[in-house]
Ligand binder design. Structure first.
Ligand code: APR
Length: 261
């Protein structure tokens, strides 16, 4: 019944927005964070704060090694990414707000992707003395390969070639300030949409997890599509516990099948 209800919401909406988390990428082979076997069940998130990154060469090195493994896997978009890209191409989806850093929405063809936790494919200078979790770099940015080449060449802790500052992937770590531009864009999209699909997120990390609630407050219908229950289930219009790729594929198919009876 719930997929049919989602199909009804899709049929009735012309300004859909998606809010995605790590659960949309697990079918691409990328582990999420809080499910059994997820990243935070194997690593301590306290080791991955912005301040720890600044204060410890070992943390920086471990972070680069994790990124190296991630990029080597060459993950590909899955059905969930492709369904959202198709809805955008058909003019039914306004854009995707994502917590993910893997770039798979763009690889699937999505064009309006708001990365509120940054992207792992770029690196940036964050300066020598960034304070209060705010990057204070000189403006140097490069493709992630720039860092991988230096590490492969024996430089375990590449620094900025322009100012000597720390270099970090362009992702948002715990304790780091959220990027103002993407958060502003996400807020505007949450207000503009008439249906927000919150897909593959435990909705535990704020301020990101507040975005579906902002959409609800602005009058949108909100649907959570997630393998497990979340703390926000009671506040939304529909909850579907299932695999993102399957649910989205079946619901869009049902929505496109005009009832003949
Ligand atoms: N289909 C649907 N849901 C899934 C699937 C799937 N194939 N795979 C996993 N899930 C669900 C899990 O049940 C879980 O509730 O996706 C959710 C992922 O939750 P988290 O692992 O907490 O990931 P996320 O919500 O994206 O985390 C938010 O926390 O650590 C930070 O910066 C990190 O962006 C991340 C943020």
């Amino acid at each position: 019944m719930t997929v049919a209800e989602l199909a009804e919401h899709l049929r009735a909406s012309s300004r859909i927005a998606a809010f995605t988390g790590a659960g949309v990428s697990t079918e691409s082979g990328i582990p999420d964070f809080r499910s059994p076997g997820g990243v935070w069940t194997r690593y301590d998130p306290r080791d991955f704060t912005f301040d720890r990154y600044i204060s410890s060469a070992e943390v920086r090195h471990n972070s680069w090694k994790m990124r190296e493994e991630f990029m080597a896997a060459m993950p590909q978009p899955n059905r969930a990414h492709r369904v959202l890209a198709d809805l955008e191409a058909e003019g039914r989806l306004l854009g995707v707000i994502t917590q993910n850093i893997d770039g798979l929405h763009q690889d699937a063809g999505s064009r309006n992707v708001i990365e509120i936790h940054g992207n792992v494919r770029e690196v940036q200078c964050i300066g020598l003395f960034p304070k209060h979790g705010i990057p204070d770099g000189c403006g140097f940015t490069a493709h992630h390969d720039w860092a991988m080449e230096r590490i492969a060449g024996g430089d375990a802790d590449p620094d900025c070639p322009s100012c000597g500052g720390y270099v970090k992937t362009a992702t948002v770590s715990f304790g780091q300030a959220m990027p103002e531009g993407p958060m502003e864009q996400a807020s505007l999209l949450a207000e503009e949409c008439d249906l927000l699909l919150a897909i593959g997120s435990s909705l535990e990390v704020f301020p990101a997890a507040g975005i579906p609630l902002d959409a609800k407050a602005a009058g949108a219908r909100v649907v959570i599509i997630n393998r497990d229950p979340t703390d926000l289930d009671a506040f939304v219009d529909l909850v579907i516990n299932g695999e993102a790729g399957t649910v989205l594929t079946e619901a869009v198919r049902a929505a496109n099948t005009t009832s003949t009876d």
